[in-house]
Design a protein around this ligand. Structure first.
Ligand code: C2E
Ligand code: MG
Ligand code: MG
Length: 752
């Protein structure tokens, strides 16, 4: 749509000229001619020769000045002056030329024709003067017979008229070109049509009184009113043949039939805008009778330009469609959603809710069932959500399996929405149980960027995925603070990795019965530049969420393997080096190869390595997990389940996995003195035995616990009571001190 400023700017730019043009086409207008001469007889003679004549349908009107000053005063008030007939030396020698300079520069009358007149032939200005000041003609008074005077005025008025017309065309062309950009930006056909009316009114300099009709279907006369203004406003939406009979309608039909622009005899103008690839438009504009505001050629340029714009808008529309639409589920996409949220938030639409809904375990389903199945699942969920939402609520697909909903709190009830999939979905005839999780945010009172609101809802969604799967969770400011703190930690961690602030420590693992050192657990440490330690429980989850864990884990494995190699070479190595592996690492397709490469780089065998995985591996597809773990075990690598009992793995799940060891979490070991803690530890020990697995207890902090664990049949353990995690140098020292005698390579070490 045209901005008001653009219109105002256009108005002032062509203001002066246009005033002339407007006058030209109104009735009773004149050609104004100024006669400057200090001799009243010359004025009288001029009037006698010219008065009463009409040129190009307009009468001549005379103004008279008898001195340079009088002329200047008149000139400053004049905007539409066709001609000045000027005595060159009326006062002083240069007075005439000074006045010419005044006309061109001070009064800014560039089109006014100037004729110099003098009594003496010797006073002819030189050619340079004539050219510089665009002086039309130079005559001696004696030469100017009434007939010649009239001929001279005719020539001058004609060229003035042409100059003004050229100016008007140039300004109009500029206006047409300048308006194109804003017309292209119009959002829809209605806005385009409405902007066309505005543009036309500005160009023709008439009131914005008209209507735009667009072709409907292929039928030649089947048009309807798309936009209208002024007295036509009420006709919007009507088919053309239902419009009141009258000259407007006749003009429109003529324009449609002939496919060109027509001025009506009684006023009005109908324009035909067409492009072979687009539906035609016809425009009616109310212009007065005999209005010739634009040359027919310019009108043609205008219509051709509008036709091209229409076509380009069509292309843009199609591009827009693909940029804002998700073809898989046939819903708006993220870009569209964010724009709508922006709009909504900018208008301070409170009582609105922005909800993000995610399909639980979608990526696992996708991996196991295949992408085609995944696509069908997305489509089904999209249709279920759509069916559950009233019209007027926006539903979009924001990412792989995340949908966005924007609507009033009255219409959008997150908890109820999740129930839309309570029945299994039938995909390819197979019932599939689906659950959804939702994070949502209520739009605030104060304006906020749409992208920020989507981010808040995403934080709530992530939190819900972590702690409240299958449920809904409203965003709270604290979540945002936590998320920001994690973002800070993430960037600090990245820097810490680059500046090598991370290192490994090793904690010995004992056979609790024989006190022999059976293994070492490699644990990651982060010491910041000011000597503070950031606990792994804080930074490992951040590394996992940011994907940094893959590279970091590779470094941990390589470093732990190198330490194991050094210990073996020094004859101080226990049976195995245990390395913690997060579920994110296991998911990485290159994980198995990476482990083999690390072993090879340190010339280790598989039996030298144990990988500690946590119960969270349960989120991985079982087949995939079994395959990976079996491949690792085939290399001789042992697998331990870490922090056992804190996760949510089921017994049957555990039974199916190829495992070697269960590690009882230190929280149960710490509670051994309490009945519940003791029961759990005992259960785990029994379970391990039943499944034929070794059981290792973490967090042994005193001798009594050690004995209790032994009594429960737990063979192995680690903890501060046995040894703190140590850096490599201290570890070698510790091992030497605790070895009963100088051990042979690979010989078991024991602690007294
Ligand atoms: P975890 O694998 O269960 O590691 C054992 C944790 O118990 C270590 O904490 C260790 O310092 C601590 N610990 C050992 N003995 C005792 C004791 O007697 N009492 C108490 N209260 N704690 C004891 P840390 O080093 O803070 O590690 C915490 C967790 O961070 C680890 O738990 C592990 O899940 C993770 N982690 C550490 N290093 C890595 C790594 O390289 N990769 C991955 N993926 N995770 C790691
Ligand atoms: Mg561990
Ligand atoms: Mg543990």
């Amino acid at each position: 749509m045209w901005s008001e400023t653009a219109l105002r700017r256009a108005d002032t730019r062509w203001g002066a000229l246009d005033a002339a043009r407007r006058d030209t086409h109104s009735t009773g207008m004149h050609w104004r001619i100024l006669v400057v001469d200090n001799d009243p007889d010359v004025h009288a003679a001029t009037l006698a020769a010219l008065e009463g004549h009409t040129l190009f349908e307009r009468p001549l009107v005379f103004m008279h000045a008898f001195s340079g000053d009088e002329a200047r005063a008149l000139l400053l008030k004049e905007q539409d002056l066709a001609m000045v007939i000027l005595d060159v030396v009326s006062e002083q020698a240069r007075a005439g030329l000074d006045l010419v300079d005044f006309i061109r520069h001070s009064a800014g009358l560039k089109n006014t024709r100037i004729v110099l007149r003098t009594g003496q032939p010797g006073q002819v200005p030189d050619l340079e003067m004539l050219l510089r000041y665009d002086i039309n003609d130079y005559r001696t008074k004696a030469e100017l017979t009434p007939g010649r005077l009239l001929a001279m005025v005719v020539t001058a008025v004609r060229s003035y008229k042409q100059l003004c017309a050229m100016d008007a065309s140039r300004v109009s062309l500029e206006l047409i070109v300048r308006s194109s950009a804003s017309l292209l930006e119009t959002k829809d056909a209605y806005e385009f049509a409405s902007a066309v009316l505005t543009q036309l009114a500005a160009l023709l300099h008439v009131e914005r009184e008209g209507l735009v009709c667009v072709q409907r279907g292929d039928s030649r006369r089947d048009y309807y009113v798309l936009a209208a203004s002024g007295r036509f406003s009420e006709l919007v939406g009507l088919p053309l043949d239902l419009l009141p009979q009258g000259p407007e309608l006749d003009l429109l039909f003529t324009s449609i039939d002939k496919r060109y622009n027509v001025y009506g005899e009684a006023g009005g103008l109908a324009l035909h805008i067409g492009h072979k690839d687009e539906q035609d438009f016809v425009v009616f504009m109310d212009v007065p009778r005999n209005h010739r505001g634009l040359e027919p050629q310019l009108l043609d340029v205008l219509c051709a330009n509008l036709g091209t714009l229409l076509h380009n808008r069509g292309l843009l529309g199609r591009l827009h469609e693909s940029a804002y639409h998700d073809p898989l589920v046939n819903l708006p996409n993220r870009a569209h959603f964010v724009e709508e949220v922006n709009d909504c938030a900018r208008h301070g639409s409170t009582d609105y809710v922005l909800a993000l809904i995610d399909i639980d375990d979608f990526s696992a389903t996708n991996d196991v069932m295949g992408h085609r199945f995944g696509d069908r699942l997305l489509e089904k969920v999209a249709r279920c959500l759509q069916a559950a939402l009233p019209t007027g609520v926006l539903l979009a697909r924001l990412g792989a399996d995340t949908f966005g909903v924007l609507g009033s709190v009255r219409q959008v009830k997150p908890r109820k929405l999740l129930e839309c999939v309570h029945q299994p979905l039938h995909i390819d005839g197979v019932p599939h149980k689906v659950s959804l999780t939702c994070g949502y945010v209520l739009l605030p009172d104060e304006p906020q960027a749409g992208a920020d609101l989507v981010k808040d809802a995403t934080i709530a969604l992530k939190r819900a995925k972590r702690d409240h799967r299958g449920q809904d969770l409203q965003y709270a400011d604290q979540m945002g603070k936590d998320a920001r703190a994690r973002a800070v930690l993430r960037s600090e961690l990245r820097e810490a990795i680059e500046t090598q602030q991370l290192f490994l420590v090793y904690q010995p693992q004992l056979n609790l019965g024989t006190r022999t050192v059976v293994g070492l657990e490699a644990l990651l440490r982060w010491r910041t530049s000011d000597g503070q330690f950031v606990p792994p429980d804080q930074f490992i989850p951040v590394a996992e969420h940011s994907g940094l864990i893959v590279g970091l884990g590779q470094w941990v494995l390589a470093t732990a393997c190198a330490t194991m190699r050094a210990l073996l070479d020094a004859g101080a190595a226990p049976q195995r080096m245990a390395v913690n592996v997060s579920t994110v690492q296991l998911q990485d397709p290159g994980f198995f190869d990476m482990v083999c490469a690390a072993l090879q780089a340190s010339s280790l065998q598989g039996r030298h390595l144990e990988l500690e995985i946590t119960e969270s591996v349960a989120v991985l597809p079982t087949q995939f997990l079994e395959r990976t773990l079996s491949a690792l075990r085939a290399q001789g690598i042992s697998i331990a389940i870490d922090d056992f009992g804190t996760g949510y793995s089921s017994l049957s799940y555990l039974e199916r996995l190829p495992l070697d060891r269960i590690k009882i979490d230190r929280s149960f070991v710490r509670q051994l003195g309490e009945p519940r803690g003791a029961r759990i530890a005992e259960m785990v020990a029994q379970l391990g035995r039943k499944l034929g697995l070794n059981v290792l207890a973490e967090g042994i902090e005193d001798g009594a616990v050690w004995q209790t664990l032994l009594g429960m049949g737990c063979q192995e353990g680690q903890g501060y009571h046995i040894a703190m995690p140590m850096e490599r140098e201290a570890l070698v020292e510790w091992i030497r001190r605790h070895a009963p005698s100088e051990p042979a390579p690979d010989k078991l070490l024991s602690v007294q």
